[in-house]
Design a protein around this ligand. Structure first.
Ligand code: KG4
Ligand code: ZN
Length: 344
């Protein structure tokens, strides 16, 4: 099937999201977020997220069908995030998707949320997605991947030893009282600051680190350095701190991503996950990739953060590649490794 109509359901965290694609054409992308219900806790509360998914699922489905102007019977396959994520949240999506697939008598693809983040690029750029190096930077994960085949062959080159990049943004934003999630707030504030005002540390970039763990990340030292700076400088310039902190993250992410391209001989880089929406990361990536002769692909900001289109995109790729669907009964896996593209 060259242009399958695939409905994708995403509920791994606080977004109840449904996307519908026809082949690589996006037909609908509806997101109901419970982020405001979590904001006062400074992070996502799993129980609240699960309940919000239950309430939002049917209205979100109806809206997606309406936007796409298709009816349920037109759907060729259902895709759903099978992991990783909050287990109670995943189960709402998985139960809904299994019910739909059974009712419609269509195959179901339970796919990896992280691989889906990377595969959303399939909807925006015409050239083949793989092979590519992928820098995956979200609230829960930060890793460098070699993607030989997005539907089945992903190798992890490195990952964060402590916080994820998005988590670092969220934690620093919390200390600076900028609200939750912190990434967009820091991104905005940094535009009025100087990226070179404060020289914050770049984790795992000593010559020894380049020898032993070239593609791993660490953001805990940076986090501590920023917290110490804030304590020691009561009248700190907020925008300068935001810009300098952001620069330290962007710099190290791109140093390592470009080094991975060079070492693997792959001259293509996809940047995916919520942090890929960061405007400074996008701008510096563009500059450095141009200089290095690397083809850069970053999905539009709205497709970087969690959405259903990315799940539908990976489902569509799975169908086109002739990959076998998941069994009707499968377990959501809250710690599904990035190398497992789909649940069998
Ligand atoms: O991929 P995502 O939507 O959810 C997870 O799978 O984790 O990523 C959410 C993360 C949050 O930590 C959020 O602060 C960060 O992405 N984020 C950003 C920006 N937009 C979202 N970080 C930096 N700059 C942004 N513009
Ligand atoms: Zn995500």
């Amino acid at each position: 099937m060259s242009e399958p109509i695939v409905l994708g359901i995403e509920t791994s965290c606080d977004e109840t999201a449904i996307g519908i694609v026809r082949g690589r054409t996006l037909l609908a992308n509806v997101i109901a977020s419970s982020v405001e219900e979590h904001a006062r806790f400074g992070g996502v509360v799993p129980e609240i997220a699960s309940r919000a998914h239950l309430e939002a699922m049917i209205p979100t489905l109806h809206q997606a069908l309406k936007d796409s102007k298709i009816s349920l019977k037109d759907i060729d396959a259902v895709a759903v995030t099978g992991g990783p994520g909050l287990v109670g949240a995943l189960l709402v999506g998985v139960g809904s998707a299994a019910g739909l697939a059974l009712g419609l008598n269509k195959p179901i693809y339970a796919v990896n949320h992280l691989a889906a983040h990377v595969s959303v690029d399939y909807l925006t750029h015409d050239n083949p997605l793989d092979p590519t190096i992928a820098l995956l930077v979200s609230g829960g994960h930060s890793s460098l991947l070699q993607v030989d085949d997005i539907t089945g062959s992903i190798t992890k080159l490195g990952e964060t030893m402590d916080d994820a990049a998005g988590e670092a943004f969220d934690k620093i934003a919390r200390v600076m009282k900028l609200g939750f999630p912190g990434g967009p707030a820091i991104d905005k504030l940094a535009k009025d600051g100087s990226a070179s005002a404060i020289d914050f540390p770049r984790g795992l970039t000593t010559s020894n680190d380049w020898q032993t763990r070239p593609f791993d990340f660490s953001f805990s030292g940076l986090k501590t350095a920023v917290a110490r700076y804030l304590e020691a400088t009561p009248d700190y310039a907020k925008a300068d701190v935001a810009a300098s902190f952001q620069e330290a993250i962007v710099d190290v992410l791109l140093l390592k991503a470009l080094a991975a391209c060079k070492q693997s001989g792959i001259d293509s880089l996809v940047i995916a996950g919520g942090v890929a929406a960061n405007s400074r990361l996008r701008a510096v990536a563009q500059e450095r990739c141009e200089k290095a002769g690397i083809q850069l692909r970053v999905p539009s900001p709205g497709l970087c953060t969690d959405n259903g289109a990315m799940v539908a995109a990976l489902g569509s790729l799975m169908v086109s590649a002739g990959r076998s669907p998941s069994p009707v009964a499968f377990d959501a896996d809250s710690s599904l490794p990035v190398t497992t593209v789909s649940l069998r």
